[in-house]
Write a protein that binds this ligand. Sequence first.
Ligand code: SDX
Length: 370
Amino acid sequence: MTATKGLEGIVAATTSVSSIVDGVLTYRGYDIDDLAENATFEEVIYLLWYGKLPSQAELTGLRTELNASAAVPDPVIDIMRHFPERAHSMSVLRTAVSSLALYDPEADDMSKEANLRKAVRLQAQIPTLIAAYARIREGKSPISPKEGASIAENFLYMLNGTEPKPVEAKALDKALVLHADHELNASTFAGRVTVATLSDIYSGVTSAIGALKGPLHGGANEAVMNMLEEIGSAENIDTYVRSKLDRREKLMGFGHRVYKSGDPRAKHLQRMSYELGKLNGNLKWYEMSVKIEGLVTGLKGLKPNVDFYSASVYTTLGIPRDLFTPIFAISRCSGWTAHILEQYENNRIIRPRAEYVGQSDQKYIPVDFR
Ligand code: SDX
């Protein structure tokens, strides 16, 4: 038995939810380029859960369900009031999502219908949790979700207390479409492993949030913005990038385990970064990002992934930096729950082997003789 580090290239499951083949990403067979240009996030949620694009009636039904489920149980809001002000936003989300289960009478009901209802509640309440904590830590009161608003509109409304501009809501909606699912990425795999023991969907999504937090995965978008700020201006890019590479340090937002000729999502986020920057009259972060991309690709052949340009998109939308990864979680909740529902449908506990490389043939020696 020989281990493959990081399970690189190992096919660990079958799925119909999304595919990455020859650099092309599809959700249920629909190319991400097609969906990014045409679909709303709610349409994508329906597609990932039910395997088909919704009719108008089905879409209206889902939006109504999500909207009606967006309020968070008061005791969970109260718990967040006791969290430390500077707690890590993904630790807050992981803890708050986990506590949602305590107030859901169906938490351990494993029927397909109950699991779908819980998927709706998780998808609807995660944005509310993030916006609520962002306001609580500023000493402000949480804002309740607005009736009839989409997830993207409501998140910006609950965060800022004002109606978002249509162009802002549309940009966030598109970012949510682009981050919704991605085959067997680390956080989705963590969720599937968890529920494959027949543990509940709240446990599965909590596991997934814990995995997404890491800077090698969802945490990279916040790290990219930290890098842009550390570099400060375009003149410093060359020295910064070359010294990072010389020290064999990772440049956040670049590289990918699966894509070797570029992440198809990056071009959409790059265009959004340009359009939003132009609209706001501030192309600094966009222009710096383009220059960094050119240098890193030239020096190392590494291409930007989904996290690289999302950093300047979210910054231009005025979103606090430590909420970038929680926004990733809002979107990926749709993929996580789709994969979890799929795992339950045809389950077998996920239990790989390990190649033992430790010592052997050891004999016990009484403690007085050690
Ligand atoms: C996401 O899996 C998914 O689908 C994830 C995701 C999704 O939608 O769910 O796409 C979202 O997580 C995107 C990735 C976000 N992470 C980052 O941007 C962090 C920086 N990237 C790297 O840590 C890395 O590229 C990974 C984690 C993305 C991939 O890691 P791998 O496949 O284990 O690659 P590796 O670390 O083994 O690197 C291979 C080589 C190494 O060089 P050598 O030692 O062989 O000479 O490429 C180099 C690495 O040093 N390399 C980098 C680099 N990424 C790889 N060098 C500098 N900067 C980088 N970013």
